[in-house]
Design a protein. Structure first.
Length: 153
């Protein structure tokens, strides 16, 4: 598997990363389909070594992956626009996303303010850290949704 990861990573870094992670089986399947071989690491490795156009095929597979990611994000944004601009959608559906976002931002600010102005008892520190960590993650998702992320995808 390490040999396959190093070969693929040269031309398709995202797929190479996927091979080494929990989605490795799916990545091997996609490569096997692209190269027309059995869904096995050894067969895919041999096919890539033997194919003079392997680099091009790997790069095309990488581009297709990113197009799928972009299409998914675009459909989510289009869905949001369709909900907000539709006259047929109930008001609650239009308000739910911004309301949840506002609640999380206010909760994050409230906890930050409280932490700066009080002393947290020793037995509560782990709980406060967990809540704050969860809110930090939720805040980043909200900021990425409303203002975009640094990956420009």
């Amino acid at each position: 598997m390490n040999e396959l990861i190093s070969m693929v990573s040269k031309f398709a870094p995202a797929i190479g990363t996927a091979l080494g992670g929990p989605l490795g089986g799916m990545a091997v399947s996609a490569l096997a389909e692209r190269f027309g071989v059995k869904d096995e690491v050894e067969a895919v490795t041999k096919a890539i070594k033997a194919d003079p156009e392997a680099a091009l095929k790997l790069q095309q597979l990488e581009v297709e992956k990113f197009k799928a990611i972009l299409a998914d994000k675009d459909s989510a944004r289009n869905r949001e626009v369709a909900i907000v601009t539709s006259d047929k959608v109930p008001l609650i559906n239009k308000l739910i996303s911004p309301t949840l976002a506002l609640v999380i931002v206010v909760a994050w600010v409230g906890i930050q303010f409280t932490l700066l102005n009080t002393t947290v008892p020793q037995e509560m520190r782990e709980l406060v850290a967990r809540v704050l960590g969860t809110l930090d993650g939720a805040l980043m998702v909200i900021l990425s949704f409303y203002f975009g992320s640094s990956t420009k995808e």
